[in-house]
Design a protein around this ligand. Structure first.
Ligand code: IMP
Length: 186
């Protein structure tokens, strides 16, 4: 058994392979380079899930940029959003007059992003763009601004490439569907 397979306990199936993620991120980085040419955008990574996406995205970009991070409460060991969002770590930078790019791992119900955008907009940035690696196909999600999406995925709980279930699986190099037996208690 390879290391790749050994790490996959709890994985129902691989949804997006690491090569596919890399090439999509290069495309997204090119779009951002073009959109912010001549400016120095502030990339705001949403911890912890966006760490992997953030580091790959910023390294694929070629324009000068700055980074900062915010941490918001996640689901804990649940697989559904509670709708209650708390800031666990705020930005270090003042964003007034700045061009802000919010870097999100995944948009599910959209509640986290909605809350975050509201907080950021009240600080008077010049503009805010939202870049998300993944967006779930849902009918009941809230209407929220997402400007660039890496991949639209089915409404299933996914892990890997920064995304966790109960704190684990963030180090998987791919995005995979979590085996439902992991949370159904079977
Ligand atoms: P939302 O508020 O429901 O849109 O969820 C946003 C946050 O919940 C994301 O930034 C993730 O941290 C987490 N999340 C949502 N769906 C998943 C998933 O399928 N796997 C892992 N984390 C998820």
């Amino acid at each position: 058994m390879s290391d790749y397979e050994r790490r996959a306990e709890g994985v129902a199936r691989i949804l997006i392979g690491d090569g596919e993620i890399r090439s999509r991120i290069c495309e997204m980085a090119k779009e951002l380079d073009a959109a912010y040419a001549g400016d120095v955008p502030l990339l705001v990574g949403v911890l912890n899930g966006a760490i992997t996406f953030m580091t790959d995205l910023m390294r694929a970009m070629t324009i000068p940029l700055e980074v900062d991070f915010m941490a918001v409460s996640s689901y804990g060991a649940a697989t559904q959003s509670s709708g209650v969002v708390r800031i666990l770590k705020d930005l270090n930078e003042d964003i007034e007059g700045r061009r802000v790019v919010v870097v999100e791992d995944i948009v599910d119900s959209g509640l986290t992003l909605q809350y975050l955008l509201d907080v950021l907009q009240r600080r008077n940035p010049l503009d805010v763009r939202v870049v998300a690696l993944l967006k779930k196909e849902k009918t009941d999600a809230v209407e929220v601004q997402v400007d660039q999406v890496g991949f639209t995925i089915p409404d299933e709980f996914v892990i890997g490439y920064g995304l966790d279930y109960a704190g684990k699986y963030r180090n998987l190099p791919y995005v995979a569907v979590l085996d439902p037996r992991m949370y159904s208690g079977e």
